[in-house]
Design a protein. Structure first.
Length: 201
């Protein structure tokens, strides 16, 4: 795989953010910059194309000049619904997802997921923090679209159980655990702020 031409990046920003009072998390400001801008900055250089999966505020997100796709399934069915819509849309053989609420994405996220999937000739690779898998950081083959649509059509919603139906590889990120620090509550914003500011210095 050539990660410069074969991988579409997908930012998952389609949730309801209930723990954030329903505010659109990707647009919440962290040190005066919408959270999605941190993800775009880290993720864009790692992919040949970027998509944003969002179910509201499409006009705001489109100001970044990035294609926006909504969930095909209505009713906020969880991140798998965003992954399914994205798999149907992409033109590349692979896609990599990252959530909109994790501002500390490493520069080699895609490379590590690609190495894991290739080493094991797998259809999926998923990031592991040393303790457990982190399913919203994954690489999927486009050929899985039908399987995922079928799984969702049965009413299934759990990501890990769908992964288990396939040959999936695990990519170790235990040396960069901040990758998975994600911002779910107003308190999390306060905690992340000092780190974001330190990173900017
Ligand atoms: N497309 C889509 N994405 C969702 C949905 N629900 C959650 N997500 C995304 O999944 C990711 C994880 O959601 P989050 O609420 O932060 O869950 P947690 O951090 O795993 O507890 C975020 O990027 C959300 O935007 C949904 O119904 N549709
Ligand atoms: Mg989260």
């Amino acid at each position: 795989m050539n990660i410069n031409s074969d991988v579409t990046g997908v930012i998952l920003a389609g949730g309801q953010a209930r723990r954030m009072g329903g505010k659109d998390k990707g647009l919440i400001r962290l040190n005066d910059k919408p959270m999605i801008e941190y993800i775009i900055a880290a993720f864009k250089p790692q992919t040949s194309k970027l998509l944003i999966n969002a179910n509201r505020n499409h006009e705001v997100y489109s100001s970044y000049g990035i294609e926006i796709i909504a969930d095909n399934l209505s009713g906020f069915c969880g991140p798998l619904a965003g992954m399914a819509s994205a798999l149907q849309t992409i033109k590349t053989e692979y896609m990599v997802t990252a959530p909109c609420d994790s501002p500390f994405i490493p520069a080699d996220l895609v490379q590590r997921l690609a190495t894991a999937i290739e080493n094991e000739s797998a259809d999926i690779s998923v990031a592991h923090n040393g303790d457990r898998i982190q399913p919203v950081f994954c690489m999927l083959k486009k050929s899985l679209a039908q399987s995922l649509n079928g799984y969702l059509a049965k009413g299934e919603r759990k990501i890990d159980r769908w992964f288990e139906q396939h040959n999936y590889a695990v990519a170790d990120f235990s040396d960069v655990p901040t990758t998975f620090d994600n911002i779910n509550t107003p308190e999390d914003i306060e905690n992340a702020l000092s780190r974001v500011i330190a990173n900017n210095d």
